[in-house]
Design a protein around this ligand. Structure first.
Ligand SMILES: Cc1ncc(COP(=O)(O)O)c(C=O)c1O
Length: 423
């Protein structure tokens, strides 16, 4: 039985399919807007609150425009994402550039756009200086290593094993160096986990960053202008999971802020003040993830050592199950209330045995032609697409608040596949 809601029913999808054949991703604009507003409302106490939407999660200009109109900035991590942000109309400090192993020309582009550059490593300072120059504002990505444990997080892994960010010693040296080079404004970033549902993890992160802001202030004599809590707020992919309570996180962070930042004794602060200190995020998944759906048609049923349902989507349309064994809920349209009598592997057509959207999933009996909706594909879904096995990326549709549907990216065609070949 289905217990994850959908913003459309079978009849509506049947109408949409007349114009746009499956597979496609469809995004719910109304729900994306409402969720963005809730996020901002939860943190309205903090001056200058901003979420820099992680473009990698859903790099579609229509979606970015919606989020821009809700007050979000963008977090870019590659040249093309910077270009996309620029084309959508983001500029200057509405762009955060958080990258790693950064190609030199990307520093140049970020610098030209006036983006806030978030340096992943201390060795990037001379590279940035040579490639582009020293900006007025800089942010550093901190990796707490053994001080934080997130061993269960398969997407980022434990901080000690993760390639991102610099150590505490390096962070202090980097602040010192940039101060000497004339940087006037500083930010501090960390991202400990990905798809994290434990709300306390974010409170611990805020605590860690507040302590660090104080220590940097005392030892280096600079005022940190903002802390960037990263992305990583998880979403309830499974029906039995709950969303992260943003109001709870915000209240607890406010308490810490009041205690550690606002009320810090003046003599604890060398030549500087600790506040105002902005709090920002760069969340992608929790912004759009739950409001995207991959709609696909059952095209084969197969009964060998297991029962298979072959669909017209494949892991080129949604890679997360194959990549991380991630769970994505499935609804068979029109059979929402049917008993879950079957156990299926729901598979795509790529010649890799991990091209499976579900393994041993209890579902109603599925027939060829049934429409299956794969939930929570609004982040790290279409964007992870690829062309292996000659597969083509699908269309993306926008379900607007008035119920109409607009195609916001067409499906690839064989011409796209051959476009980079000269023969
Ligand atoms: C540096 C950085 N920021 C933000 C994000 C967005 O994370 P999420 O979509 O989990 O919020 C990612 C995701 O990989 C990231 O690498």
């Amino acid at each position: 039985m289905n217990n994850k809601p959908l913003p459309f029913n079978k009849a509506q999808i049947a109408e949409i399919i007349k114009d746009y054949p499956t597979p496609f991703h469809v995004y719910d604009e109304k729900a994306i807007r409402e969720n963005a507003q809730k996020f901002y409302q939860a943190f309205s106490w903090t001056p200058g609150f901003k979420n820099y939407f992680a473009v990698k999660a859903l790099p579609n200009p229509y979606i970015l425009k919606i989020l821009k109109s809700e007050g979000m900035g963008v977090d870019c991590s590659a040249l093309t994402e910077l270009i996309l942000a620029e084309k959508v109309g983001f500029s200057g400090e509405d762009i955060m550039f958080t990258s790693n192993d950064t190609p030199y020309e990307e520093f140049k582009k970020a610098f030209e756009l006036g983006a806030i550059i978030n340096l992943d490593d201390i060795t990037h300072i001379p590279i940035l200086e040579k490639a582009a120059g020293i900006p007025e504002i800089i942010c550093f990505r901190y990796n707490p290593g053994p001080l934080r444990e997130h061993k269960g997080n398969i997407i980022i892994g434990s901080p000690e094993q993760s390639k991102y960010g610099m150590t505490k010693d390096q962070l202090f040296k980097a602040c010192e160096t940039m101060k000497q080079k004339g940087v006037k404004r500083f930010g501090l970033h960390t991202m400990i986990a990905s798809n994290e549902l434990n709300k306390n993890a974010f409170i611990e992160t805020a605590d860690m960053l507040f302590q660090l802001v104080k220590e940097i202030n005392e030892k280096v004599g600079i005022q940190i202008e903002f802390i960037n809590m990263g992305g990583g707020i998880g979403i309830p992919y499974k029906p039995e999971q709950d969303p992260v309570d943003l109001n709870f996180i915000s209240e607890k962070i406010k308490k810490l802020y009041d205690e550690l930042m606002s009320k810090a004794p003046a003599n604890a602060v060398a030549n500087n003040q600790l506040t105002p200190l902005k709090i920002v995020f760069e969340c992608g998944r929790m912004v759009t993830g739950p409001y995207g759906y991959l709609v696909t048609t059952a095209i084969h049923t197969k009964d060998t050592y297991k029962k298979y349902i072959g669909v017209d989507a494949c892991m080129a349309n949604l890679m997360r199950p194959a990549m991380y064994g991630a769970y994505h809920h499935e609804t068979v349209l029109g059979k929402e209330d049917s008993p879950l009598t079957e156990t299926y592997d729901v598979v795509g057509s790529i010649c890799e045995n991990n091209d499976k959207f579900a393994i041993d999933r209890k579902l109603p009996k599925i027939d060829i032609g049934d429409i299956i909706v794969i939930h929570d594909t609004g982040a790290h879904g279409h964007t992870m697409g690829f062309n292996y096995n000659g597969k083509l990326r699908s269309a993306e549709l926008l379900l607007k608040p008035d119920g109409s549907v607009e195609q916001i990216r067409r499906a690839e065609t064989p011409d796209d596949y051959f476009a980079t070949l000269n023969f």
